[in-house]
Write a protein that binds this ligand. Structure first.
Ligand code: NAD
Ligand code: DAU
Length: 349
């Protein structure tokens, strides 16, 4: 029986990866290692919590002693590492938490993998899940490829870039079998409502202002989270050692166009007259160091592993809105407590 540790499995993307692995590989044991920060929520995995091939372990990847002990005891075959502080705005107000989890936490996992798997590196895989933000910002033209130089601008992307470098360095220096993927913006069910799409869905529902940073001209390349989870599964199983893959949907939207579309979908779903929700759009102070445009060239992944996005953005957005409207309790619970304090500080009220 193969044993895989998935870190950050209680978060947005991690929960989709865990669900996919548990449902697809009945002969694997999937261990979800998560600290359960404000972003981690075991409710995301309610549907699989009783499965015999799934286990949750609460723990902090920054705690080296705990991580070493866990690796010694469990002796996993591989790791899919998603645990991270993931929100750019939070990294601007508190960079240190990002250094601790994203850099130190990743190095702790690499050290544990290095000593536990010594002598058999070719039989174990360290998969590091990263972001397109490490590449910096594009102008109006061009795409990020796997060869694009790193040029991170936010404390978040700097911490992810640093962790990518450490993962590659452990591959080159010690011979660990590593793979890295850099994905564009995800959206879908269980997305924490500090990020643009779920935040806007929640605000539209409650007829609250939809905050758009700057002029809303920044471009993001959106991918349905289940397509990301499927890419991770493929890459974990089929990529050659040391490989990097970019993952993205060729689906670029300016923030304002995206929010206009979302408002139209929400008007329909909520039985509002056309244009009603768009009146909530409110331009606010821009994010510091706001990257203008991200766009991924995923042709290597398409060519090598036959991956491509399974649904259009319009379909995915509608599914996402439906999920949020059908799961009001989930949304109510995650928008209470700590998150409300953050919201007040970020948007001044
Ligand atoms: P998320 O914030 O929703 O979830 C992060 C998870 O990590 C949470 O469950 C949290 O409890 C856990 N965690 C945080 N600190 C931890 C620690 N010290 N020890 C153990 N667990 C800890 O994040 P997400 O959006 O699901 O992103 C997952 C990964 O994918 C991250 O590495 C992120 O950089 C990367 N990524 C995200 C996107 C995106 O659009 N969201 C795109 C590309 C890459
Ligand atoms: O590109 C991949 C990255 O996508 C991941 O690595 C990050 O973990 C993930 O959070 C996401 O980062 P972004 O900063 O692009 O996502 P966010 O949803 O925070 O913002 C999307 C765009 O919307 C961005 O241009 C900023 C803008 N925005 C965001 C918020 C929260 C607004 O205009 N208003 C808002 O209130």
């Amino acid at each position: 029986m193969k044993k895989i540790i998935v870190t950050g499995g209680a978060g947005f993307i991690g929960s989709h990866v865990v669900r996919r692995m548990v449902n697809t590989y009945l002969d694997y044991e999937i261990i979800n290692l998560d600290k359960l920060t404000y972003a981690g929520n075991l409710e995301n995995l309610k549907d699989i919590e009783g499965r015999p091939n799934y286990r949750f372990v609460k723990g902090d990847i920054v705690d080296a002693e705990f991580i070493n002990k866990l690796f010694e005891e469990e002796r996993p075959d591989g790791i899919i590492h998603l645990a991270a502080e993931s929100h750019v705005d939070r990294s601007i107000s508190d960079p240190s938490a990002f250094v601790m989890t994203n850099v130190i936490g990743t190095v702790n996992l690499l050290n544990a993998a290095r000593s536990t798997w010594e002598g058999a590196y070719d039989q174990h895989r360290f998969y590091h899940v990263s972001t397109d933000e490490v590449y910096g910002a594009l102008g109006a033209e061009g795409f990020f490829t796997e060869e694009t130089s790193y040029d991170p601008h936010s404390p978040y992307s700097a911490s992810k870039a640093s962790s990518d470098h450490f993962v590659r360095a452990y591959g080159d220096t010690y011979g660990l079998d590593i793979v890295i993927s850099n994905c564009s913006n995800n959206y879908g069910s269980h997305h924490f409502p500090e990020k643009l799409i779920p935040l806007a869905i929640n605000n539209i529902k409650h007829r609250r202002p939809i905050p758009i940073y700057g002029k809303g001209e920044n471009v993001r390349d959106w991918l349905w989270v289940e397509d990301h989870a499927r890419a991770i599964d493929l890459i974990y199983h089929q990529a050659t050692s040391g490989a990097t893959y970019n993952i993205g949907g060729h689906n670029e939207w300016t923030n304002i166009d995206l929010i206009q579309l979302l408002c139209r979908v929400m008007d329909q779903k909520l039985g509002r007259s056309e244009g009603e929700s768009a009146k909530l759009i409110t331009y606010v102070t821009d994010r510091a160091g706001h990257d203008l445009r991200y766009a991924i060239d995923s042709s290597k992944l398409q060519k090598d592993l036959g991956w491509k996005p399974s649904i259009t953005f319009e379909e995915g957005l509608e599914k996402t809105v439906d999920w949020f409207l059908e799961n009001e309790e989930w949304l109510e619970r995650v928008t209470s407590g700590q998150y409300l304090d953050y919201y007040k500080q970020q948007y001044k009220g």
